[in-house]
Design a protein around this ligand. Structure first.
Ligand code: IPM
Ligand code: MG
Length: 355
């Protein structure tokens, strides 16, 4: 099994090696995985003047799964859109057809006091965000600068959804709900946006094929409020690319830290891309303080989804949980009474817990 390892920028090169260690430790067979590392994002710009260098794309194309860190640094803020670090991620998602992004938001009971929300609000929290990843305002055209009669600077982005794109993510969400509590909440802004009105219409049409799953619709602003007021009302949340991006950062804080949430991006075949939902966090990079757990849990999702290694996936998840239960935490986790460790030591602890 070939794994493309793309650490990227900022804290990426600190957290990704910890997940690689965990993957090595979880199987007895030392040759089970072949890891091939490539430069991506700002790192790609540095070596090849391209956020997704051809050599990296080659590694990706011959891999069975991709372990991705994070991309982005303020240093590249003035770069043109197609050369920004984030362009690498958008290209990978699109070119590999990874249209379905799973972002599980599950509270480790041990961390109930680490959340900024009251324990009674989040106790038992377990929801799944299914985010559409191949369309929406992320890819819609026209985009970029436009001319205006007065010569004033102006820019356009286009929110676009085709019915077929909504339909395929709808099926993913309803299928996911069937393996859970059989509830789908679809997010849109149908009171304002035509793209959202189509989204809602197609969600309802597909929903009729799943009479055993309850479908509700919520406007994104109201959903943002509900996520904080009563997050346990949600089972599967399905959202377009932009709204899913925003709500998943928000939802992550219910669990105590954005440093905990993994994600899997899947498409037609099983070649998935696995990454933490957080960014490159340049402000804390290079200091050995970043939380590697989101990346390690992403590796667990890889074991499960791409390699069918359910038992190994569970072992990784349980190891992470055991370490937190043992009162060991990274600084992002405001866990009362915990011993605070760095990135590497958190990796050490999880590898030790695996054994
Ligand atoms: C995410 C990130 C990316 C996104 C950025 C880095 C392009 O925020 O995966 O959530 O917006 O999709
Ligand atoms: Mg995001």
């Amino acid at each position: 099994m070939r794994i493309a390892v793309l650490p990227g920028d900022g804290i990426g090169p600190e957290i990704v090696p910890q997940a690689v260690r965990v993957l090595r430790a979880v199987t007895k067979d030392s040759d089970a995985f072949i890891f091939e590392e490539g430069a991506v994002g700002g790192a790609g710009l540095e070596v090849a003047d391209d956020p997704l260098p051809p050599a990296t794309l080659d590694i990706v194309l011959r891999s069975d799964a991709i372990l991705f860190g994070a991309v982005g640094h303020p240093r590249y803020d003035h770069y043109p859109h197609v050369k920004k670090p984030g362009a690498a991620l958008r290209r990978l998602r699109k070119e590999l057809g990874l249209f379905a992004n799973f972002r599980p938001v599950k509270l480790f009971p041990e961390l109930i006091d680490a959340s900024t929300l009251k324990p009674e609000v989040i106790d038992g929290l377990d929801l799944m965000i299914v985010r559409e990843l191949n369309s929406d305002i992320y890819y819609g055209t026209p985009r970029g600068p436009v001319e205006t009669p007065t010569g004033e600077r102006a820019v356009i982005n286009t929110m676009f959804y085709a019915a077929s794109e909504v339909e395929r993510i709808a099926h993913v969400a309803f299928d996911a709900a069937r393996r859970r509590r059989r509830k789908v909440c679809s997010i849109d802004k149908a009171n304002v946006l035509e793209a959202s009105a189509l989204w809602r219409e197609v969600m309802s049409e597909v929903g009729r094929q799943y009479p055993d799953v309850e479908l509700t619709h919520q406007l994104v602003d109201s959903a943002a409020m509900s996520l904080i007021r009563n997050p346990r009302q949600f089972d599967v949340i399905v959202a377009g690319n932009l709204f899913g991006d925003i709500l998943s950062d928000q939802a992550s804080m219910l669990t105590g830290s954005i440093g905990l949430l993994p994600s899997a991006s899947l498409g037609g075949n099983n070649k998935g891309l696995y990454e933490p939902i957080h960014g490159s966090a340049p402000d804390i990079a290079g200091r050995d303080v970043a939380n590697p757990i989101a990346t390690i849990l992403s590796a667990a999702m890889m074991l499960r989804q791409s390699f069918g290694m359910e038992a190994e996936a569970l072992r990784v998840e349980n190891a992470a949980r055991a370490v937190l239960a043992g009162g060991i935490a990274t600084p992002d986790l405001a866990l009362p009474g915990a011993r605070i460790v760095g990135t590497r030591e958190m990796g050490d602890a999880i590898v030790a817990a695996l054994a």
